[in-house]
Ligand binder design. Structure first.
Ligand code: SAH
Length: 225
């Protein structure tokens, strides 16, 4: 039984939200090319059904994005797995910044793998719900903040890795500036319909930029709500 299921009976799930449903999702992710055992193990354990509205819980282990209110979505499990894999491929980061807390699911995945996660969300109501979930699941290594995440979290910079989970028109300079030497940033960039997942590495002789795959994310917006 996973650590979450031991702590919290509702994390165990039933029928469409059971361990069997999570296991089937993992099989599918493996078939789709996810290879990192650390990532697969976390997704196998983490109760995604507790990060969405109860009315949608039976769909929690479909490999699809789902609405979380305020016009926002919880990312598709494949995308969460792939972005996490890409972020930790070279080295396991110690301190990670996430921009776009949303449901808190991606953040909980990261918190299960690294020492400390910092997450920023611009919509207060979503952030409140995510914080409640972190508490319930006993995830004590997450600090969260209601702000425009395009500015990063300057007081806590630099970060070993930064993950952006909403698509901006361009890479945010402020975020690149908060990467530690050898740090990695993963972000979707581009207009709706033409977004690409980018990985940027902060090397001794400048930024190294790789285009990984076409993706579809909600937009990175300015200000707070
Ligand atoms: N990582 C989330 C994905 C949620 S969708 C999850 O696992 O559920 C992206 C989120 O980014 C939305 O909640 C949206 O409100 C938020 N967002 C968009 N622009 C932002 C900004 N400038 N700063 C912080 N959060 C932002």
């Amino acid at each position: 039984m996973s650590r979450f299921a031991r702590q919290l009976p509702e994390a165990r799930g039933l029928g469409m939200t059971s361990q069997r449903a999570r296991d089937r999702l993992i099989e599918r992710l493996v078939a789709e090319g996810i290879r990192d055992r650390r990532v697969l193990d976390v997704l196998r354990q983490l109760p995604r059904h507790l990060f969405i509205d109860e009315a949608l819980a039976t769909r929690a282990y479909e490999d699809t994005a789902l609405p979380i209110g305020q016009g926002q979505t919880i990312s598709q499990p494949y995308v969460v797995a792939r972005m996490t894999e890409v972020l930790i491929e070279q080295a396991l980061p110690r301190r990670v910044l996430e921009v776009g807390t949303g449901s808190g699911y991606q953040c909980a995945v990261l918190a299960s793998l690294v020492e400390q996660v910092y997450t920023v969300e611009r919509i207060d109501e979503l952030l409140r719900n995510a914080r409640r979930r972190f508490r319930k699941l006993g995830l004590g290594n997450i600090r969260s903040r209601h702000d425009d995440g395009r500015l990063g979290w300057p007081d806590e910079a630099p970060f070993d890795a930064i993950m952006v989970t909403a698509a901006g028109a361009e890479l945010e300079e402020a975020l690149l500036a908060q990467l530690a030497p050898d740090g990695v940033l993963v972000a979707p960039v581009g207009p709706p319909g033409r977004q690409e997942l980018l990985r940027v590495r902060a090397g001794a002789d400048g930024w190294q930029r790789e285009t990984l795959a076409p993706v579809s994310f909600v937009p990175l917006l300015g200000g707070v709500a």
